[in-house]
Design a protein around this ligand. Sequence first.
Ligand code: 5GP
Length: 110
Amino acid sequence: MPTLFERILAREIPADFVYEDEHVFAIRDITPVAPVHILVIPKAPISGVAAVPESGDHQHLLNAARRIAEAEGLDAGYRLVINQGEAAGQTVPHLHVHLLGGRPLTWPPG
Ligand code: 5GP
């Protein structure tokens, strides 16, 4: 059964795409928690951080997130978040990085 993000990637479910390359795509979150809230997603349907292989080309996700942050003009700073598991709030079992910015982000998070 394809994940929600695989269905979005296949254009079966509409989304606002902001980036796509061979390895990664990015969409605006449907329920943004910051003025910029983008999900950066590997095309490979890895279920979460816990399932990331020990070796591989994992730099693509961070490189894409940085490029998108620059394109969004987040020069003042931004936050990347990965929720792993239910207790951390993960709701979609397909690895994704939340790119948040456009407002002051407090630390520590709630
Ligand atoms: P998680 O809770 O797994 O860390 O993040 C999943 C994110 O996907 C949530 O922030 C949620 O708002 C977003 N989301 C859920 N369904 C959709 C959808 O259909 N389209 C888009 N663009 N985002 C979605």
